[in-house]
Design a protein around this ligand. Structure first.
Ligand code: HEM
Ligand SMILES: *[C@@H]1O[C@H](CO)[C@@H](O)[C@H](O)[C@H]1NC(C)=O
Ligand SMILES: *[C@@H]1O[C@H](CO)[C@@H](O)[C@H](O)[C@H]1NC(C)=O
Ligand SMILES: *[C@@H]1O[C@H](CO)[C@@H](O)[C@H](O)[C@H]1NC(C)=O
Ligand SMILES: *[C@@H]1O[C@H](CO)[C@@H](O)[C@H](O)[C@H]1NC(C)=O
Length: 316
């Protein structure tokens, strides 16, 4: 008698937990296939328009997605114009850009599917399209994120910094569920886009960074003079700055990484047992880089998404 009542209770409990798993919403690549069937075409067309108008916009859109996902997850909080807006954080102020492109993509999407598609998903698709349109790999984008309503300026101030080393950066990645392989693959995003003198000029003067190629050092000392305009910009990938390719990694092997946080992946003592061999393999094999980059982008896009509306989800 008692035993059978316990059994029933156990079975009920098991069914409850199975239901919890079953209704727990996951990101899916076909999330909008009924509610916004043209979504991917609309975003592609708008990103193409923006990148044709300015090639660098591809880099800027890719970076926006990164800076969104690392702060409270991929919830478009970077777009919020609230009092503690993330747009003014150390890494974003006067640096993150492309917000108006996200606004026009959102507007174009709204004309066809009003109130359906989240900005977090638009940021994710735009990042993928930016990579593809720059000559990089493509992948299917898991969708179904909802947008958050809370900005987190202090978390945004804690984004990885170009002055940090492998240990600090990999800690920040592991805090959001990414590992050291993701650090290397995703740093390959620096195959496109620009950086300001103020973010690497500490490598040029005093005792110049010995891990910088001598010719590049002389070039940059000239381009970014001491007490000059720290906002002047130069390319992150001196070989092919508009093309998404593996030359970022060739550069590292040749001591031509621009940021301290780039070059340490190959040259630092910590790199010997961790990242150096990955850099070498990407430098030798663009296909491995492309495939790992795509997988790491999907993992980055999966950081703490807000999904679903079912209350069961929140019981976990
Ligand atoms: C690993 C740690 C990282 C650090 C320390 C870092 C740091 C930086 C810095 C300092 C800049 C230049 C900003 C400026 O001059 O205003 C930059 C630019 C950029 N970053 Fe990163 N980054 C990191 C990872 C990533 C990741 C994971 C992505 C994307 C997957 C990314 C994509 C970009 C792109 C595309 C640009 C150029 C943006 C443009 O030209 O508008 N970065 N990054
Ligand atoms: C943001 O950057 C602008 C332009 O460089 C500067 O005037 C302003 O003080 C900065 N704001 C914050 C909060 O850092
Ligand atoms: C902001 O992010 C930090 C982690 O960097 C977290 O501890 C804090 O709870 C977040 N605040 C809000 C309001 O989400
Ligand atoms: C990082 O995570 C990926 C995906 O789970 C895995 O394939 C890879 O081996 C991990 N790298 C390390 C160094 O653990
Ligand atoms: C760019 O990289 C390619 C392939 O690695 C190399 O052949 C070429 O010499 C490089 N060009 C410059 C300007 O560094």
């Amino acid at each position: 008698m008692h035993r059978s009542r316990n059994m029933k209770g156990l079975i009920r409990l098991m069914i409850f937990f199975m239901l919890c798993l079953a209704v727990r919403p996951q990101l899916t690549t076909d999330f909008y296939s009924k509610s916004c069937p043209n979504l991917l075409q609309i975003v592609r067309k708008e990103v193409l328009k923006a990148v044709k108008a300015e090639t660098r916009m591809a880099a800027s859109l890719l970076r926006l997605h990164f800076h969104d996902c690392f702060v409270n997850g991929c919830d478009a909080s970077i777009l919020l114009d609230v009092s503690d807006t993330e747009k003014l954080s150390l890494a974003n102020n006067n640096s993150a850009r492309g917000y108006e492109v996200i606004d026009s993509i959102k507007a174009a999407v709204e004309t066809q599917c009003s109130g359906v598609v989240s900005c977090a998903d638009i940021l994710t698709i735009a990042a993928r399209d930016s990579v593809l349109l720059s000559g990089g790999p493509t992948w299917k984008v898991p969708l179904g994120r909802r947008d958050g309503f809370v900005a987190n300026l202090s978390a945004s101030n804690n984004l990885p910094s170009p002055f940090e080393g492998i240990n600090e950066i990999s800690k920040k990645f592991s805090d959001v569920g990414l590992n050291i392989s993701d650090v290397v693959a995703l740093s390959g995003a620096h195959t496109i886009g620009l950086a300001k003198c103020s973010l690497f000029s500490n490598r040029l003067f005093g005792t110049p960074d010995p891990t910088m190629d001598a010719e590049m050092l002389a070039d940059l000392q000239n381009f970014c003079p001491q007490n000059g305009d720290g906002n002047k910009m130069t390319v992150l990938d001196r070989n092919s700055s508009d093309l998404f390719d593996n030359h970022y990694f060739n550069n590292l092997v040749n001591n031509k990484g621009l940021l301290h946080s780039d070059q340490v992946l190959y040259s630092s003592s910590e790199a010997q047992s961790t990242t150096k061999s990955i850099v070498e393999s990407y430098s030798n094999n663009p296909r491995i880089f492309f495939s790992d980059f795509a997988n790491s982008m999907i993992r980055m896009g999966n950081i703490n998404p807000l999904t679903g509306t079912n209350v069961l989800y929140y019981i976990r």
